[in-house]
Design a protein around this ligand. Sequence first.
Ligand SMILES: NC(=O)c1ccc[n+]([C@@H]2O[C@H](COP(=O)([O-])OP(=O)(O)OC[C@H]3O[C@@H](n4cnc5c(N)ncnc54)[C@H](OP(=O)(O)O)[C@@H]3O)[C@@H](O)[C@H]2O)c1
Length: 366
Amino acid sequence: MIPADFLTSNIVEDNSQVAVILGGNQNTQCGEKALLMAPKLRGYQCSAAVHCAIETGFRHFDTAYYYENEKEIGEALRTQIKMGNISRENIFLTTKLWNTHHDPRDVRRICEKQLELLGFSYIDLYLMHFPVGYKYVCDEILMPMSGDELQTVEIDYLDTWRAMENLVKLGMVRSIGLSNFNMEQIQRIIQCSSSKPVVNQVEIWPGFLQKDLVDYCRYNGIIVTAFSPLGQPNRKNHCPVYFFSEGMKRLVKKYKRSASQIVLRYLIDYGVVPIPKAANPIHIKENLNIFDFKLDEADTRLLRGIKPKSRIVKYEIVKDHMFYPFELLKENNEESEVKDSQTKEPKLPYFPSEEEEEKENHENYE
Ligand SMILES: NC(=O)c1ccc[n+]([C@@H]2O[C@H](COP(=O)([O-])OP(=O)(O)OC[C@H]3O[C@@H](n4cnc5c(N)ncnc54)[C@H](OP(=O)(O)O)[C@@H]3O)[C@@H](O)[C@H]2O)c1
């Protein structure tokens, strides 16, 4: 197994060891109910992003069976190896077991298929993408729908995890971890199996910090990877609000860095491993150029003060499943409690209320 500190070690000293891209998918098979994720990065756009990322210095790549781009990513990485720009040992490749393959009897077969797609003999980190299993129909159907309903199964993620442990023994994967698991689920895995997850990859961005989960993982020596670390910024509708706010503009001016760079630096200092998705070469380059500046304490505190928002990636379509990991109602209540209590606090100078922000953005951009 790779030691748990692999992803964070050398972060400051050697930025070629860190950082990350890729993945993101929007499955349209179930229309409105599709998982809310970043747009697909496939085909030429995907290969071009990998080449640019390697040449920029990125060494950690995050993909998944679900993203349907393992083949392109593998091809681009192998081309870079052939060109002598990088060796396999210096790449950290993460991919994930999709929900339709939770049956322990299927885990080895699908991992072999993923290795074949990637064109490598091992995967550095293999994550269980989500604790809820979906019905297996065939390898190509990722969202097995019956009318409006997504067909799930009640396979215990613990049994899936034990099958993943076997992949480590077989040398197919170097380490295993989880994604979108809550504290109780991680605890159950730690207590009932022989190995600890190396990583839990969860949604984290300045409006959604998941502090309890991060603290729990840190206490247990589990690295937290932050997906959607920027909050999936969208220039057209200026969402999330914080990203396009006046407060952020002040930080951009003060540090002479982009909003994304400020956020990525902030998340690294928070102690998580952000994996921004970027197709645009300017973004790819920007996102690695974050290790030669530091946010001062006051600005870090102000970013901490951004009001909690709802998670973006909800997997709501399976919210009634016994292994659904998120407490959407509680999260939303907590959000309003925080809002209520914060109205009594003096207003932060940099990050005005959402309503004010919307008004300002309207005034500034339109
Ligand atoms: N485990 C899970 O369930 C799960 C779920 C969602 C995502 N993920 C992983 O997390 C990764 C990132 O998450 P995400 O794509 O949802 O959200 P994200 O990284 O927060 O946002 C991606 C968006 O940010 C833009 N962007 C990137 N760098 C930028 C920069 N420097 N300046 C301005 N805009 C920038 C990208 O634009 P361009 O593409 O145009 O450059 C893209 O539109 C995914 O690729 C995937 O690997 C995992």
